[in-house]
Design a protein around this ligand. Sequence first.
Ligand code: ATP
Ligand code: MG
Length: 271
Amino acid sequence: MTTDSTSPLLVVDDLCVSTVDAPDTPIVRNVSFSMDAGDRVAIVGESGSGKSLTCFSILGLLDPGLRVSGGDIRWDGVSMVRMSAQKRRRVLRTDLSIVYQEPLTALNPLMPISRQIREGGTSVSQRDVLDILHEVGIRDPERVARAIPHELSGGMRQRAMIAMAMVKSPRLLIADEPTTALDVTIEYQVLRMMFDLTHRRGTALLFVTHDLGVVARLAQRVIVMYRGQVVEEGSTATVLRAPQHEYTRRLLAASSLATARTLVLEDEEGR
Ligand SMILES: Nc1ncnc2c1ncn2[C@@H]1O[C@H](COP(=O)(O)OP(=O)(O)OP(=O)(O)O)[C@@H](O)[C@H]1O
Ligand SMILES: [Mg+2]
């Protein structure tokens, strides 16, 4: 297999995900989109619409009871669905990272942060650990490096998890509602940091959010999912200004509070 340098970084092509028991009635149906290097794409949609399953499919992290039952996922032009397990592990080790909604489910509760960050990449030195902790906005990296997750606040844990995901400088970071467990001011600060960091490093970012205010400010393109399908996709400005699908219109109508909240916070920060 050769890598095609003209192909997009990631192509999700007619992806279907089903339970092993019911392969003919997919939960995620015919999802297609693509991302180039450095792109910033948001997925929005109601609970249960298939946002997480789409993300997990890309990473090959579906539960054992689920599988990709149709379509393809291509990384650098090469099918990840048909890739050997060894090659896939190599791609995951170097190119792709994920940040989850709740860091305590992803972090080992008993292992010091420094060791967990070192395990996020290959040949990561203690210096790299302190540097990346500093980059994710932690003011006392030495203390945090020594700490175990339970000794940190929710916001600090989320920063530590982003450090773990970013230490290898992946080409794509997938963030599945990474900040919904945090209070709103902290949430916004952590999101802003994550966007700045990925932007500086040219890392593409695929992120799930429920907050259209965040989409409006931080995503170039948005994918709207509804009941397992993509019902709308386009540039953020186009989709938010002139939503085509009934579900997107409803989502926008319901989100005026969230949007206002983000804009207010940004205003405060700018002052
Ligand atoms: N292991 C599983 N086995 C069977 N069905 C599943 C499994 N995991 C998820 N589902 C179902 O697949 C659908 C999509 O789930 P998914 O987690 O992708 O939704 P989501 O859009 O991320 O929702 P949320 O916003 O609540 O996180 C849901 O109806 C869910 O119940
Ligand atoms: Mg989800």
